[in-house]
Design a protein around this ligand. Structure first.
Ligand SMILES: *Cc1c(COP(=O)(O)O)cnc(C)c1O
Length: 387
């Protein structure tokens, strides 16, 4: 029997050490709701590492995005400018406040918001800009913040991909007024389902705290600032449970090791595909000098959709799971109904047709990376003949 090589999945949600120990500790501690010992450790770590005014642990990045849209004052009829090339949560957070996503085009190299397209899409109903940093590579924050400040708009950074990534030395998610992180099990650091809200504008902290605590002043009560707690504002339950926080704390302890391991594998891919790029077969990722990325994604661009799809199919046959990214939101059924296009989306459509992401997780290892690289080379050789 020929040996069938092990399949290489696109992502593996890994434990890095003390996850089970800390979850057991949380269970033995007997208090499993939000804002517990591990929850506070996680929030303080994010504050210390990022420099944000206040970090709140949430049940997901989607929950943090909903809070952000509310805190930005988005209401019925208001518009929020965002890329179409993003995950649905960026847009659905706006829709859930009664607002309308306005989809604009992206830069063809970083796949992030094009600041000129943003400026052109601003209208009388525009309230905020939602920035996504694709793969932990920062958008052009200088230009975007300039546009936002001139127009008096709030900036929300959907930094779901970004833990450990910086722009001009600043943590992504801390440059706009509000930032959100994801700890979903597809992200660099994970606890199954989880997220965080970074409130960078100190004036928004009290309202965020009430919103997070189901519309009550329970946090103030816990600090002894009021003698009873009650319903004081709009809110819901957006808290991360202590079980998730315990798991996540173990991941935070290994954050630097995880980022370094991913970056090393990312660099191996990057170097290996230099020759194919020179031949014009693929295009490698572009990281601007002012960005330190966190190796969340390694994506190649193929010359056209047919060759991209053929590569994914050929890799699958060789036991390598590679995946496309984002059906653009402006072309999705809900996006067409609930949002609108703020100018041409030609770059978005083009990138979405041609992009492929290769397997990447901290424990992937150089041996498997070498197998993925060899499989890509074989597949592209075969595709070149087939197309
Ligand atoms: C993963 C992701 C989200 C959603 O994160 P959850 O924690 O799953 O809610 C939002 N935006 C982007 C860009 C993402 O990649």
């Amino acid at each position: 029997m020929p040996r069938i090589p092990e399949r290489i999945p696109f992502n593996v949600p890994e434990a890095h050490g003390a996850e089970a120990t800390y979850v057991r500790k949380a269970v033995e501690g007997g208090a499993l709701s939000g804002n517990g010992t591990f929850g506070r450790l996680c929030a303080e770590w994010l504050q210390r590492r990022s420099g944000t005014a206040r970090a709140f642990m949430t049940s997901s990045c989607s929950a943090a995005l909903e809070m952000s849209t509310r805190l930005a004052g988005v209401g019925p009829g208001d518009e929020v400018i965002m890329p179409s090339f993003t995950f649905v949560s960026t847009a659905s957070a706006v829709v859930r406040c009664g607002g309308r996503p306005v989809f604009v085009d992206i830069d063809p190299e970083t796949f992030n918001l094009d600041p000129v397209a943003v400026a052109n899409a601003i209208g009388p109903r525009t309230r905020a800009i939602s920035v996504v940093h694709y793969g932990g590579v920062a958008a052009d924050m200088q230009a975007i913040m300039d546009v936002a400040r001139r127009a008096g708009l709030i900036v929300v950074e959907d930094a779901a991909h970004c833990v450990g990534a910086t722009w001009r030395g600043r943590a992504l998610g801390t440059i706009g007024d509000l930032g959100t992180l994801s700890f979903h099990d597809t992200k660099n650091l994970q606890c199954g389902e989880g997220g965080a809200l970074l409130v960078n504008e100190p004036a928004l902290v009290p309202e965020a705290e009430i919103m997070l605590n189901r519309g009550t002043n329970r946090a103030q009560f816990a600090r002894g600032e009021v003698d009873r707690y009650t319903w004081v504002g709009e809110g819901s339950n957006y808290l991360m449970s202590e079980l998730n926080a315990a798991y996540l704390w173990a991941q935070f302890e290994q954050a630097d090791a995880v980022t370094e391991a991913r970056r090393a594998l990312w660099r191996t891919y990057w170097e290996a595909f230099a020759e194919l790029e020179r031949q014009g077969t693929v295009q490698r990722p572009v990281v601007p000098d002012e960005c330190e990325h966190n190796a969340h994604i390694f994506a190649l661009l193929l010359p056209d959709r047919a060759r991209r799809d053929a590569l994914i199919a050929a890799l699958d046959e060789q036991g390598v799971q590679a995946v496309f990214h984002y059906v653009p939101l402006h072309s999705s059924p809900a996006g067409r109904k609930l949002g609108r296009e703020g100018g041409s989306l030609a770059v978005t459509d083009d990138i979405s047709d041609r992009l492929v992401r290769l397997p990447l997780w901290a424990g992937l290892g150089e041996e498997r990376v070498a197998r993925v690289i060899a499989s890509v080379r074989t597949a592209l050789g075969a595709c070149a003949v087939a197309v």
